[in-house]
Ligand binder design. Structure first.
Ligand SMILES: [Zn+2]
Ligand SMILES: [Zn+2]
Length: 172
């Protein structure tokens, strides 16, 4: 199973390496980087100062017909879908594409203080969560499971860093 990692904009190379290492060491995934030159300006809402996540995924899908397995988009800016103030990420349920916004995973966003370790851990959790959706997983009630839903950063931090036994069964 290949996870094609597609950074949009300036994404920390060290972070990408960290995610690649984790996905190949602890899961049956191989990773490669995918260059997507998307014109996403039109998905920016001036009013909300955020990008419309679903539209970015739809745009990406125009260029990934020949890409095998999963496409994981990493995005530095803030994302929204109309029903929520913001989202950490979005995925196509049982589909190919997932997107994770790094904006609100930075500790600076909340406290002004940099914490790279925490930032990397949060990103990994949200990456695995969104990938989980592409493997047909819905939200899980287990607070310790990566598929637990996260409405705020404290819920990202509180949940465990692995899938529960039941959810693990869906991850190849
Ligand atoms: Zn979710
Ligand atoms: Zn679970």
């Amino acid at each position: 199973m290949i996870i094609n990692i597609a950074p949009i904009g300036n994404v920390d190379k060290g972070l990408i390496k960290y995610i690649e290492d984790h996905l190949s060491r602890y899961y049956n995934f191989s990773t490669q980087e995918l260059k997507l030159n998307l014109d996403i300006k039109k998905f920016y809402s001036e009013e909300r100062r955020q990008y419309y996540s679903t539209q970015i995924i739809q745009e990406a899908a125009k260029f990934t017909g020949n890409v095998k397995d999963k496409v994981l988009i990493l995005f530095e800016d803030d994302l929204f879908v109309p029903v929520f103030t913001y989202i950490f990420g979005e995925a196509q349920f049982n589909g190919k594409h997932a997107i994770v916004s790094l904006c609100r995973l930075h500790e600076e966003f909340y406290t002004g203080k940099t914490n790279q370790k925490l930032f990397f851990e949060r990103t990994l959790k949200e990456v695995l969560h969104e990938l989980g959706h592409t493997f047909n997983l819905k939200h899980c009630h287990d607070w310790d499971c990566l598929m637990h839903t996260s409405g705020g950063i404290e819920e990202v931090d509180i949940k465990g860093s692995g899938f529960c036994v039941e959810c693990s069964k869906s991850i190849p």
